[in-house]
Write a protein that binds this ligand. Structure first.
Ligand code: M6R
Length: 615
């Protein structure tokens, strides 16, 4: 949700910033911009609507010199995507340039105050208010720019990660954050800043994750200083080793990141499972559970909070925890939970699920849960992100950077970790019998090979996708463990192909949605051989007898659906609780090929951003 990059060092900043923006483009791509201070002390700004490539074209005609600069790729919140609303924004004095990720909630009040002081505005953004307010405090109270930034941030309500440069000082970069991520890359005589570590990979191998409410001053040839915004006192600087490689950020021969990430799943699940099942395959070992045995033994309820695809994983997690742990489980959208005045106490465990670890609603939900005394456990992918840093304990899914906006490998990683978690808690509480644990562990260990086998459906799904490229609506139906799989399949299709799709519990069709069925409304039925298979067969017959085309995802060798469905895609047979992982592979491929057939940009679908760091 907006990406920011900055550089201060001895190399030309422009190419580093552009490269950084391209790596951050998954966060937003409505418009992009860059601000540089050149050797003559002139502040040069270039902006363009659309992708970073457009910015490069625009900037090519101007001055891109300078050893210091800041840059931004935008996901619009205040004001439509256009050149004027693009960042960086510059103060009225022309001295200060700023980029911002987040939302300033009280911007209207601050803007009014500035207007009364004679300030005028060019854009519709909350960010321009921020830079003008810094300028106003700087000019009116004879303080340093660093103090003016800090004073301004004390007035601001909302979320921000910002980077600020001053025309008269080509040797200093000021950055600060509250509820939006910011990473500082520490190189040899050069410093990088970015919304996440990806732009820093290949340039620096040490990073500082700025904490909430911190402001850092980065000066040429000086040590970085970090203070608390509230108290203006120095805070402890924790320099960490960056564990990301360039190969992880590249497409590896695939046309798109999404396709690479779909095909990577055998490997990513191997990474996710590594070291988490004992060598003899009889037990799950999760340090987050081992270290908090008393909490898991005494828990009276578990609440799962998440958004989007992670929420679908949470729905599967509910089934898993109920089945293996026999504890009451609730699932909440983080965005609803945070405003629901939830009843929570010390015997509650709240599990937050998030790929990015930066989703604003999920972060707010866990903050509330902690305030109310619940134990908060995180299931996250991005190491060092805000969510894992704000939870009591947790488990990383370790599936590597997910760059395609539509989540694929993170979903299967989340469901795998939730399976491990449910088994680990069930073992501890004595609610999961050892034979069941062993049998699920055995299948989990075989999952990478099973997914390799599943991915062989690729050519068949690709062929099938051509039949449905021009459908306007789709239904995805499933039951039990696979009702959430249906929701996830529908979300994948919506996100990248812009076809309207709805996920529904198959048996609920007869209570209304069946009215939608006609020959123009295809249904995708997730029907592996599980405990509800016979039931779903009759649900499919109800659809078929009303003229709707049916694509069924079935377990290999199960032929009962052949006579009913129009098309069957076979997946390997696995224990019921693992069917969502396997069944989601053909659904990801189907959405992918339909979207590609329609000529859509699957990695950067319209209106979406990978990491939703605003409310
Ligand atoms: O990073 P998170 O898992 O917290 O993100 C949650 C959702 O924004 C995310 O899953 C979104 O729905 C994806 N675009 C789904 O493909």
């Amino acid at each position: 949700m907006c990406g920011i990059v900055g550089y201060l060092g001895s190399q030309g900043a422009y190419s580093i910033l552009i490269q950084g923006l391209k790596r951050l483009e998954y966060r937003g791509y409505d418009s992009a911009g860059v601000a540089l201070i050149d050797g003559t002390g002139s502040l040069n700004i270039h902006k363009a609507k659309g992708k970073v490539a457009n910015l490069e074209q625009t900037a090519a005609a101007g001055n891109t010199d300078g050893l210091i600069g800041i840059a931004h790729t935008r996901w619009a919140t205040h004001g439509e995507p256009n050149d004027i609303n693009a960042h960086p924004h510059v103060s009225q004095s022309g001295n200060i340039a700023l980029v911002h990720n987040g939302t300033i909630e009280n911007y209207a009040v601050l803007k009014q105050l500035l207007c009364e002081q004679g300030y005028t505005f060019k854009s519709e953004t909350d960010t321009e208010v921020l830079v003008q307010f810094i300028d106003y405090i700087h000019a009116s109270s004879d303080c340093t720019l660093v103090d003016a930034v800090r004073e301004t941030l004390l007035q601001v309500e909302g979320a921000y990660a910002i980077a600020v440069i001053e025309k008269n000082n080509p040797d200093r970069l000021i950055v600060a954050r509250k509820s939006s991520p910011l990473v500082i890359g520490v190189g040899d005589g050069e410093t990088f800043i970015a919304s996440d570590a990806t732009p820093i990979v290949g340039y620096a191998d040490k990073v500082i994750y700025l904490k909430d409410n911190e402001l850092a001053v980065i000066e040429r040839d000086k040590a970085i200083s970090i203070v608390s915004i509230d108290s203006n006192t120095p805070t402890k600087i924790d320099v960490q080793k960056l564990k990301l490689s360039l190969a992880q950020l590249e497409k590896g021969g695939y046309d798109t990141f999404m396709l690479k990430e779909i095909f990577e799943q055998p490997k990513t699940l191997r990474d996710c499972l590594r070291g988490r099942i004992t060598d003899n395959g009889s037990r799950v070992v999760l340090s987050g559970v081992e270290l908090n045995k008393e909490t898991f033994l005494n828990a009276e309820r578990i609440t799962l909070v998440a958004c989007g695809t992670s929420w679908h994983a949470a729905l599967i997690g509910k089934r898993l925890i109920q089945d293996f742990c026999r504890i009451p489980v609730e699932v909440e959208y983080a965005s609803e939970f945070r405003y629901s005045n939830p009843v929570l106490g010390p015997k509650d465990i709240v599990i937050s699920i998030s790929q990015s670890g930066e989703t604003a609603d999920t972060l707010a939900a866990i903050q509330i849960a902690r305030e109310k005394g619940a134990f908060v456990y995180g299931v996250c992918n991005v190491v060092g992100a805000s969510i894992p840093r704000n939870t009591d304990s947790g488990t990383y899914i370790h599936v590597g950077p997910e760059i395609g906006v539509a989540s694929t490998k993170a979903f299967t990683g989340q469901v795998t970790v939730l399976t491990l978690l449910a088994l680990a808690i069930g073992q501890l509480r004595g609610t999961a019998d050892s034979d069941t644990v062993k049998s699920v562990c055995k299948s989990l260990m075989q999952l990478p090979e099973i997914l390799e086998e599943t991915l062989k459906c690729d050519p068949e799904v690709q062929k099938l996708s051509r039949i449905f490229t021009y459908a306007h609506n789709f239904l995805y139906l499933g039951r039990g463990y696979n009702y959430p799989t249906a929701l996830e399949g529908a979300l994948k299709l919506k996100e990248i192909s812009y076809i309207h799709a709805e996920g529904y519990p198959a048996a609920e069709m007869k209570h209304g949605p069946i009215a939608l069925i006609d020959h123009e409304m295809p249904s995708v039925i997730i029907a592996p051989s599980d405990s509800l298979y016979d039931k779903i067969i009759s649900n499919v017959q109800q659809v078929k007898s009303r003229g709707g085309a049916v694509v069924a995802i079935v377990s290999r060798g199960n032929t009962a659906m052949n006579d009913i469905a129009d098309f069957c895609i076979e997946i390997p047979e696995v224990p019921e609780c693992l069917t969502p992982i396997v069944a989601s592979i053909p659904l990801q491929l189907l959405a992918y090929y339909i979207a590609v057939g329609k000529g859509k940009n699957v990695d950067q679908p319209r209106n979406l951003a990978k990491s939703v760091t605003v409310e």
